[in-house]
Each structure stands twice: as structure tokens, then as C-alpha cells.
Design a protein around this ligand. Structure first.
Ligand code: SF4
Length: 538
């Protein structure tokens, strides 16, 4: 089924079927950051509406296979096609499984980002909203995995993808009837699992994969959602809460990258996401000094591919920005021209950066390489300088902050608040995340942070992040409301935008000496009425 020639799928089914949940198989209307909302709870908006308007299904080819699929699934598909032939593999949207699963189907591979809703984003935003049950992504995964068609013909069920560990950790494997969970990079080991399944052999319940050699990783053969292409894999900075740090760092050759970009652009993906743990790792030297020439060539070559309308780098480290501001001056205008984002009538590009903490103590303990080639004590200067350089070049980053790292003290939180203070006039969006110990990281034994255990200062930190976002997007809110009759009057009541549905509320119960969660309300409400007045809200 690799060639999309419009031929009807075989009536008896395809031997290997690959699929994902409705959230994984959507491009969220071309907004990769909107895809974060898969971690929000189900009770806010009915799922039938979300499916239609928020995460509509990807289109299909003439033979009913999915036109676009998650990048990781496309990688496995390419390896499977290479090994077993295109006619033996089909990638299908979950609503089309009946078309592909039949008596000849031996194995169904499911790729998932958030199958149990226990990742950083889901845990944080489901609990912050304060009601609403399981995250949307987990509910969609449950709908998929309990679909009777999966088991109708006795095919083996294999689960992989970045979130596979969640099913293992939550002990849902048996309940969901999953034969084998594959954790880690799939190119090498997963192929052996599929081979066994095709032969009808028993599968191991859980497999931790062996990393592939770079030359074993073949380019995708069909287009990926968001036009994702992999630039680098792995990261050597050594943060203990992170799984990519466990992987060997490797940059893909430019020809390999451009081949994938051209494939995506030719198929109309419009956007190209540059997947990497840090775009500046691309062909950098072993001291984490960025390779300006290579990065500039990479960005400009991708921008020159016909059909590429938007370029979105996924992640970037802050230290390389300070190492080489001229590199940012060179790529900044290209990224801005190819950006999807406009805020307050300003076109700007964006990228997720790991700020994580303002505490030098926690930085040294859990992120010893984050600031390299600088020293840990220079972290505040590195962050503020990097954001300043980015802003000068119209890059408004999305900065993650980890709240509740193991052993975090009030002093550590104050240090983070101080760092936020230094950035109060900068243009960036904060993404605070509750610490989550993922299965394939060094802190896997540490306990998760949850709302019940947040200190007043940590609540303050969350409130401040929201307040900053409100200030940045205020112009946008006003524009959205300006079509309403009598705007100045109604705006007093309606002065929020849709993203404020990620609303937080909390108060300090003096008797219990514990912060308490209250019903969902506007972030403006929370920040204006913060019960923790020691810190000025700006
Ligand atoms: S810098 Fe980012 S990708 Fe690298 S180890 Fe740290 S958190 Fe992970």
C-alpha cells in the first residue's frame, strides 16, 4: 500500500496495519502548539465538537490510507516497507480500520504520544483546570484500543511511540489487550517484533529497543503530519528528567533532510517542523558550540524548497544563542518570513526553549549540561541574554518551566521568580509543567509533583506565567472582540480568549495551611486576586 495509486485495499485485509488515536492522527488545523491541548481534560468541550473543529482527521489517499501520519509512524512504515514490501503495510486513520483489518492482518502497530495522559503536559493541564476527568488524548486512545475491529481477526497488537511507557507504568497493558509494548527508538528492534508477529510467533510483553545505527534510519516514504522532518536525534546535555538525553546524538545529512522536506512539500503539507531536541545541535562540535554555517545552510535550503510556506523549529537551547548571536541574525529573518505566528499584529517566529528553573542549585543537580559552554552560575545571564537576542530577531520563544523538581525548596522557587522578573518586559510565552518522572529517564524513580503539594510560591509562579501570557496577547483579544456591537462595554465581561480555558484557580486555606484548587476561572481573576501578595504582579 506504499504507492498511493488509488487501488482499493485488499478485501482480506493488509498484513501490517499502522494507526494512531484521533488526536495523534490530526494536524490540529496546522497548529503544532494547539496539539498540546490533547493534554486538556475531556469535560470542557464535548469530544464530537473537538473532533470536528479542533482535531479533524487527516485526509485520505485514493486507496483510503491516511494521507499524513505522525513522523515516528512514518519512520517505522519506511523500515517495514523496506523489509517486507509496500503491499504488506498500510497506515490508516482509526475511523478507517475496517477497510484494512481482515483475516490476513497479522499485526496492528499503534503509535501514541499520550495513551494514558500521564505525560508532563497532560498531568499539568488536566489538574490545573481542576475538573473534567481524563485528558482528551487518553480518552481518544482508549476509544481506539477498545475498538473490537482490532481483535476481530486475532492480529497481534503492538504499541510504540513516545508515550508507550505510560501504558507500562500505569499497568494498563493487560486491560487494553496489548501484546507487546516497544519502548525507545523503533527502527531496529521493532522490525524484529513485526517479523515475529507476521510468523505468528509469541511476542515479548515489553521490549526496550536497541538504538539503530544512523545508516539504518531510512527517510520517510510518505508525508508526515505538520511536515515533520528529523534534523537531529538525541541530546548529550544530560538533563536527568529527560528521555532524549539517553539517546546518542546524531545529525542527519542535509540531503536526507531535504529529501523528506521535498516529499512533504510536494504533498501539500505547507508547514515543515524541524524535529530535534535542539536545532543548534545540528552538526555542532562536541563542546556544544553551534555550527553557524551548517545551520544557516539548513534553514535557507529548507526555505527555498518550493511549497514550503511555514518553517517551525521544534526545540532550541538557549546557550548557543548567546554563543553566536550572528547566527540568530542570519536565520531570524528567514524564520520570521516563514512563520505561522502573528501576535498583536507582529509577525514573529517561535520555538520551544527549555528554561526549566532559575535555581542554580537545581540546575547543577538535574541539568548539568543545560548551560554549556557557560557555567551554571551564569544561567540567569544566559537566559536573559538569549531571550533578548531572540526578541531582537523577532523570535518569541515558548519557554518551559518545571515546577516541583524533586527536593525543590522555597529558595529554588524564589530564584525562578527572580528570573521571571528579569524577563518581565520580554516577549516569550511560558509553559509551566508539573514535574513528571517519565519511565525512560534517570529520575524515573522520583515521585511526580501534583497540585495538592504545590507551595504558595509555586502557585505564584504559575499565576505569573499566565499573567505574562495575558499581557502579550492582550492586543489579540481586543482584535477578536472588536467585531462585537458595543465592544467597550462587553469587553469588560468578555475580555478573555479561547486559550484562557486553561484556567487555573487556587487559594491558600489558612486552616489547612495548604493551597486549594477552586473552580475554573479566568487567569486574569487569579492573578489580580492572588492570595500570595508577597510578590508584585506585573
Ligand atoms: S537540553 Fe533538552 S533535550 Fe537535552 S537533555 Fe536537557 S531537556 Fe533533554
Amino acid at each position: 500500500m506504499g504507492q498511493k495509486n488509488g487501488a482499493a485495499p485488499p478485501a482480506q485485509g493488509v498484513p501490517i496495519v499502522l494507526t494512531g488515536s484521533a488526536t495523534d492522527m490530526s494536524d490540529f488545523k496546522l497548529s503544532p502548539f494547539r496539539a498540546f491541548t490533547g493534554g486538556f481534560p475531556t469535560a470542557i468541550i464535548p469530544r464530537f465538537l473537538l473532533r470536528k473543529y479542533w482535531y479533524p482527521r487527516v485526509p485520505t489517499n485514493g486507496d483510503s490510507t491516511a494521507k499524513f501520519a505522525p513522523y515516528g509512524m512514518r519512520k517505522i512504515e519506511a523500515s517495514l516497507i523496506k523489509e517486507f514490501g509496500a503491499q504488506k503495510v498500510a497506515v490508516a486513520h482509526p475511523y478507517d480500520l475496517k477497510t484494512f483489518v481482515g483475516p490476513n492482518t497479522k499485526v496492528i502497530g499503534i503509535s501514541s504520544m499520550e495513551p494514558a495522559g500521564t505525560g508532563f503536559v497532560s498531568r499539568t493541564y488536566t489538574s490545573l483546570v481542576g475538573f473534567g476527568g481524563e485528558p482528551v488524548a487518553a480518552a481518544e486512545f482508549r476509544d481506539l484500543i477498545t475498538n473490537p475491529i482490532l481483535r476481530k481477526w486475532g492480529a497481534k497488537i503492538v504499541l510504540g511511540g513516545a508515550g508507550a511507557w505510560q501504558i507500562h507504568r500505569t499497568k494498563l497493558q493487560k486491560k487494553y489487550g496489548i501484546d507487546c509494548i516497544v519502548m525507545g527508538e523503533g527502527e531496529k528492534t521493532a522490525i524484529e517484533i513485526f517479523r515475529k508477529a507476521l510468523k505468528g510467533e509469541e511476542l515479548p510483553q515489553v521490549v526496550e529497543t536497541e538504538p539503530p545505527n544512523p545508516e539504518e534510519i531510512c527517510p520517510i516514504m510518505n508525508p508526515s503530519i505538520f511536515g515533520t522532518v528529523e534534523i537531529t536525534r538525541g541530546c548529550g546535555r544530560g538533563c536527568k528528567f529527560c528521555s532524549p538525553m539517553m539517546r546518542r546524538c546524531h545529525s542527519f545529512p542535509l540531503e536526507h533532510i531535504l529529501q523528506e522536506v521535498e516529499l512533504n512539500a510536494k504533498n501539500g503539507t505547507q508547514m515543515i517542523i524541524l524535529a530535534s531536541e535542539d536545532i543548534f545541535l545540528y552538526r555542532c562540535n562536541d563542546k556544544f558550540l553551534p555550527n553557524r554555517e551548517a545551520i544557516t545552510e539548513l534553514i535557507k535550503s529548507i526555505a527555498a524548497v518550493p511549497g514550503v510556506e511555514f518553517i517551525q523549529p521544534a526545540h532550541a537551547a538557549l546557550a548557543p544563542v548567546v554563543c553566536d548571536p550572528e547566527m540568530i541574525e542570519e536565520i531570524g529573518p528567514v524564520l520570521r518570513e516563514k512563520s505561522y505566528w502573528v501576535t498583536n499584529e507582529t509577525r514573529h517566529s517561535s520555538v520551544e526553549v527549555g528554561m526549566e528553573t532559575g535555581s542554580i542549585r537545581l540546575l547543577k543537580k538535574y541539568m548539568p549540561g543545560k548551560m554549556l559552554p557557560f557555567k551554571p552560575k551564569e544561567w540567569h545571564d544566559v537566559v536573559t541574554k538569549a531571550i533578548e537576542i531572540m526578541n531582537e530577531n523577532y523570535i518569541w520563544p515558548l519557554a518551559t518551566l518545571i515546577v516541583g523538581l524533586p527536593g525543590e525548596t522555597e529558595k529554588d522557587t524564589v530564584a525562578t521568580l527572580e528570573l521571571l522578573d528579569k524577563l518581565k518586559h520580554n516577549k516569550l510565552f511560558y509553559v509551566p509543567l508539573l514535574f513528571t518522572s517519565e519511565d525512560d529517564c534517570m529520575l524515573r524513580e522520583a515521585g511526580h509533583m501534583d497540585l495538592k503539594h504545590l507551595t504558595p510560591l509555586q502557585w505564584e509562579l504559575l499565576a505569573r506565567c499566565w499573567r505574562h501570557k495575558q499581557q502579550l496577547s492582550r492586543g489579540r483579544q481586543r482584535r477578536r472582540l472588536s467585531h462585537l456591537h458595543g465592544y467597550p462595554r462587553v469587553s469588560k465581561f468578555l475580555n478573555f480568549d479561547i486559550y484562557d480555558l486553561n484556567i487555573i484557580g487556587g487559594y491558600l486555606d489558612k486552616k489547612e495551611k495548604q493551597p486549594q484548587i477552586v473552580t475554573v476561572y479566568g487567569s486574569r481573576w487569579l492573578t489580580k486576586r492572588s492570595p500570595f501578595p508577597n510578590y508584585d504582579l506585573y
